[in-house]
Design a protein around this ligand. Structure first.
Ligand SMILES: Nc1nc2c(ncn2[C@@H]2O[C@H](COP(=O)(O)OP(=O)(O)OP(=O)(O)O)[C@@H](O)[C@H]2O)c(=O)[nH]1
Ligand SMILES: [Mg+2]
Ligand SMILES: [Zn+2]
Length: 295
């Protein structure tokens, strides 16, 4: 399935033909990236069955589950110098990817805006230290040369492009996919945010051979992680994870226990080693949020 529009969706055949399909039942179960069995009915089609998924990237807000896409090789988290990104939302997207065993990659866009870009790049230091792949880029003004590392990273893979509104996701699609014509919009300076231009998730082929795929998605504001067990949280944060082994108690929450390996690794002195205080705060805030009455 290559696009979802609520009541109907678009399915691409092995030959590359696209067919509008409707779900068999009342509600559509298929998401972009799903392999589906479908049956022709007049000029349109019906989705009969969704094949078992390799993975599913989704967020779980308080009231609903929002599925982005299935069967992914990687998630490209695109943030930008402007609008300013939320570190908490970035961490949440990273955790969601880790939980589904999908490789996350971070890309910081709009390097042409030197001052905000440098500030943003600094803020991201803890994420580089953890070992996340991180690319600087200017999707609008960068030369084709600058796109090379990105193209290499994407080659032969299926990549979901994810990020806040206005970070340049659709600009990226238009830059790499000939004839994509994805709609883009300038950001609102008054609100320092994007305008939620893209409203549905869509699959694009980058190459004629249909080996490399990019999935454009609507910008997100809040990334709910209700599906994550708070006791698993540290395992999904690569800067915390190695320190858990040194905790005195096997069921340590890393919040207040004596002999906690995580707490002792939190770096309050400001050097590069250990866990950054901001990341630890994200952990403890998330732990509290996910520990509230679960249903
Ligand atoms: N200065 C600068 N602006 C850029 C760059 N890349 C994209 N933009 C601009 O950022 C704005 C938002 O880009 P979009 O591609 O629409 O952003 P999006 O992530 O698709 O946003 P939503 O669809 O709302 O989620 C547009 O005005 C782009 O021209 C860049 O490298 N530098
Ligand atoms: Mg867009
Ligand atoms: Zn601990």
């Amino acid at each position: 399935m290559v696009a979802g529009h609520g009541r109907h969706c678009v399915v691409e055949t092995l030959e590359g033909l696209r067919v509008i399909c409707h779900p068999r039942g009342k509600k559509s179960q298929a998401v972009v990236g799903d392999r589906v069995l479908w049956q022709a009915s007049r000029d349109e089609g019906t989705v009969e069955k969704v094949e078992t998924r390799r993975n599913l990237f989704y967020r779980q807000d308080e009231i609903r589950t929002k599925s982005f896409a299935a069967n992914l090789d990687q998630v490209l988290i695109l943030i930008a110098a402007e609008p300013e990104f939320s570190e908490s939302q970035l961490s949440r997207a990273l955790i969601a990817a880790e939980a589904e065993h999908i490789t996350p990659v971070i890309m910081l866009n709009k390097s042409d805006l030197a001052r905000p870009f440098n500030l943003a790049w600094e803020r991201l230091a803890p994420y580089r230290a953890v070992g996340y792949t991180m690319l600087p880029i200017s999707l609008k003004t960068g030369l084709d040369e600058q796109m090379k590392p990105l193209q290499e990273l994407l080659e032969g893979k299926t990549t979901l492009v994810l990020g806040p509104s206005g970070s340049g996701k659709s600009t990226l699609i238009n830059r790499l996919v000939p004839g994509a014509l994805a709609e883009t919009n300038e950001i609102s300076q008054a609100l320092n945010s994007g305008k939620h231009t893209t409203t549905s998730t869509t699959w694009y082929w980058v190459d004629r051979e249909r080996q490399t795929a990019l999935i454009d998605s609507p910008g997100f504001q809040e990334f709910g992680l209700r599906h994550i067990d708070p006791m698993q949280l540290a395992a999904y944060m690569p800067d915390l994870k190695p320190h858990v082994a040194r905790c005195k108690f096997y069921n340590c929450t890393h919040l207040h226990e004596p002999g906690c390996g995580v707490i002792s690794a939190v770096n309050t002195a400001g050097s590069q080693d250990g866990i950054s205080p901001r990341r630890y705060k994200i952990y403890s805030d998330l732990f509290a949020e996910l520990s509230q009455t679960r249903y």
